[in-house]
Design a protein around this ligand. Structure first.
Ligand SMILES: [Ca+2]
Length: 197
């Protein structure tokens, strides 16, 4: 999916997926037991235009390489199909895709992966050895963490391409637990990805 978890509302710290290059990590006291809360953010793949484009050009300059060939991006209300240049900061595209109108866009305008999401759910999972997924509580806001069921998934429902959702997670390490370099608890995001019609 062209959607990611981030540690910050500015979406600069993407949480790594399938590697530990930038995990959602904390330091815990496993002797006495400790819990820590963090707000996480969920947003579409996105960047900005590195330069202004007019309605005629089929070259789109990006601030960051964020998209793949065959994906649809959206700038303002215009949908754009990437025909080549995916994985680079200079896309070759088909403008005005899906019945939208090709227009002028100024430098710095947001460029989103052009998909909406429905039935989004985030779930703590641990498939290595014994499951410690129950160390995780999820809730829509921090106050809700106290009453959240340990290990339960959280429904995030629907997300439009340009919106950012957020939720809170609490990691609870039981007392007398060795936690050095524990890396097996993950957050799994599921949902339905739909092109914008
Ligand atoms: Ca485990």
């Amino acid at each position: 999916m062209a959607i990611h978890l981030f540690k910050d509302s500015e979406l600069t710290q993407q949480i790594s997926e399938g590697s530990l290059t930038n995990p959602d990590s904390d330091v815990f006291n496993g002797t006495d037991g400790e819990s820590k809360d963090r707000q996480l953010y969920l947003a579409n793949e996105q960047t900005t235009l590195a330069a202004a484009v007019d309605g005629a050009t089929t070259t789109i300059p990006l601030a960051e390489a964020r998209f793949a060939d065959g994906q649809i991006i959206i700038i303002g209300s215009e949908q754009i199909l990437i025909t080549s240049g995916g994985g680079t900061t200079e896309l070759t595209v088909e403008r005005g895709y899906g019945g939208t109108t090709a227009g002028n866009h100024s430098s710095g305008t947001k460029v989103y992966s052009g998909y909406n999401y429905s039935d989004l759910t985030v779930q703590p999972v641990d498939e290595v050895g014994s499951s410690e997924a129950s160390w995780v509580k999820l809730a829509a806001d921090q106050a809700g963490l106290d009453a959240a069921v340990a290990g339960a998934s959280l429904a995030l429902n629907n997300k439009a391409h340009s919106t950012t959702l957020s939720f809170w997670r609490r990691i609870i390490v039981p007392a007398a637990t060795p936690v050095q370099n524990k890396t097996d608890i993950k957050l799994r995001l599921t949902g339905t990805e739909s092109p914008i019609i």
